[in-house]
Ligand binder design. Structure first.
Ligand code: ADP
Length: 461
């Protein structure tokens, strides 16, 4: 059913249904309580009458009907008083006896045996409630008194109540349905607004926001959460686009260089040494592309969480020594001093291959950017329960304004110099991914002119 797809209608329907049931139970309760109360009042009146009549009839100590006088009024159909003697014969009947209410001899018998009984009879146009009770004199049952009273008052009061309920019930339901519909509409209309605006925000215009001025309630929070989500998506999309653009750009540079060199070489016949020269150039560009594609692949797999991390207990000293050994030919070729600082070993829990790659990236950079004659130190220590490894160089350092960005993908401080060294600005991005994947941190500090220090913190053991 289509209308059940509207939360507003469903809410109102439930609300009205609940109210209908509650009202019905409440009305029934009021009706039953009132009926009970009115009937018991009627019974009290009957009791009072019976005892007055019994008192009058036994004024002289025995049953004497001469004393009985009922208000002096004409007695109508709607009430009667009757007295029976001890053998069950009628000795007084206020109704005049023509026609008289039917005598229930069983009730009279029981009253003569000391029981009081109520019953209902129809007399003339009236329903009468009748009390049959023994008449006592000095503790002896000397007769029976029977009083009847119409219950018309009770019935008419109850009828009025029913009429009130019959009108009020649908009226209350009608008013509350309309009110419920209105309130539900008011409460839910912001959701419709959110839906309308959200529909307009496509994948291509993630720059849009709901920006709805809603109070800080459930719907307001939903709208704000939605905006935050779009914001994150927008950033992710932008990053992705930027990444693709940067990657294409980085790949085009070596391809353009190759194209240039081969085209020049093909323009005319050359000697073998010239061809070899071109091939060496091409080869070094291809090397750069292989490194670049390798880095891109690492980051893509890292993004897709497809790199498994095998945590093991490792020695910082062993890792540093291993990394330093691998890069020392490059360092000595450039005339740099590489030192593994002495000190107690520190244990860390991490993936050996990844941490080695991290240290190699940092050492590569230090070697790349430090001028001949410079020095690079590798040291470690325990800091706040974590293993801290620091690689410090005395190269040119990194200007403060670049420090916050150097771990970003494709970020280079000095593009010309960095590319000359073969870097695409991905090395530190990979380093950051590796430490974050281990729940660690990486930080770069630099005093301009006095070198840079990269400090890595990884979980200790
Ligand atoms: P690249 O592959 O270009 O070296 P990285 O992500 O490894 O890219 O480094 C980003 C930038 O940080 C580099 O372009 C470089 O300018 C700067 N950088 C990194 N390490 C050092 C260092 N030890 N000394 C000075 N600058 C550095």
């Amino acid at each position: 059913m289509a209308f059940l797809r509207s939360l507003r209608l469903r809410l109102t329907l439930w609300y009205v249904l609940l109210l209908a049931v509650t009202l019905a139970v409440f009305s029934a309760g009021v009706y039953l309580a009132l009926r009970e109360n009115l009937n018991s009042n009627l019974d009290s009146s009957l009791e009072a009458r019976a005892s007055i009549v019994a008192g009058l009839a036994t004024e002289d100590g025995e049953l004497e009907v001469e004393h009985v006088e009922i208000d002096g009024n004409d007695v109508g159909d709607d009430e009667f008083t009757r007295i029976f003697n001890s053998s069950g014969g009628v000795v007084f009947d206020s109704s005049g006896g023509d026609p008289a209410p039917v005598v229930d001899s069983a009730a009279v018998e029981r009253a003569l045996a000391g029981e009081r009984a109520y019953r209902k009879i129809v007399f003339g146009h009236d329903n009468l409630r009748v009390l049959t009770a023994p008449v006592l004199s000095d503790g002896e049952i000397v007769g029976v008194v029977e009083v009847g009273l119409t219950d018309e008052d009770v019935r008419s009061t109850l009828r009025s109540l029913l009429v009130i309920i019959a009108f009020a019930y649908p009226a209350v339901l009608g008013v509350t349905s309309a009110g419920g519909l209105f309130l539900a509409g008011r409460a839910l209309s912001p959701i419709d607004r959110v839906t309308r605006v959200a529909r307009k925000i496509g994948a291509e215009d993630l720059g849009q926001r709901l920006d709805l001025d809603l109070p800080d309630d459930e719907v307001g929070r939903l709208a704000r959460t939605f905006d935050e989500m779009i914001e994150r998506l927008d950033r992710a999309f932008k990053r992705q686009r930027q990444f693709t653009a940067d990657a294409s750009h980085e790949l085009r540079t070596p391809l353009t260089a190759i194209k240039g060199q081969t085209e020049v070489a093909l323009q005319r016949e050359r000697d073998p040494e010239a061809y070899r020269e071109v091939l060496r150039g091409v080869n070094s560009e291809v090397d750069r592309m292989i490194r670049l594609v390798g880095s891109l692949l690492t980051l893509a797999r890292a993004d897709a969480a497809r790199i498994e991390i095998n945590r093991e207990d490792l020695s910082a000293r062993a890792l540093a020594t291993d990394a330093v050994e691998q890069v020392s030919p490059a360092a000595s070729e450039k005339g740099l001093t590489l030192t593994v600082m002495p000190g107690d070993d520190v244990r860390l829990v991490a993936d050996q291959d990844l941490v080695l790659q991290l240290l190699l990236n940092l050492l590569d950079n230090a070697i790349k950017y430090t001028a001949a004659g410079g020095a690079i130190d590798v040291s470690w220590r325990v800091a706040d329960g974590q293993a801290e490894i620091a690689i410090a160089d005395n190269g040119p350092g990194i200007p403060a304004e670049h420090l916050p960005h150097i771990f970003d993908r494709f970020y280079r401080v000095d593009v010309a110099r960095s590319r000359g060294e073969g870097g695409a600005g991905l090395g530190l991005a990979i380093c950051r991914w590796i430490v974050e994947a281990h729940g660690g941190s990486i930080e770069a500090t630099s005093e301009p002119g006095s070198g840079a220090t990269f400090t890595v913190r990884l979980p200790g053991s």
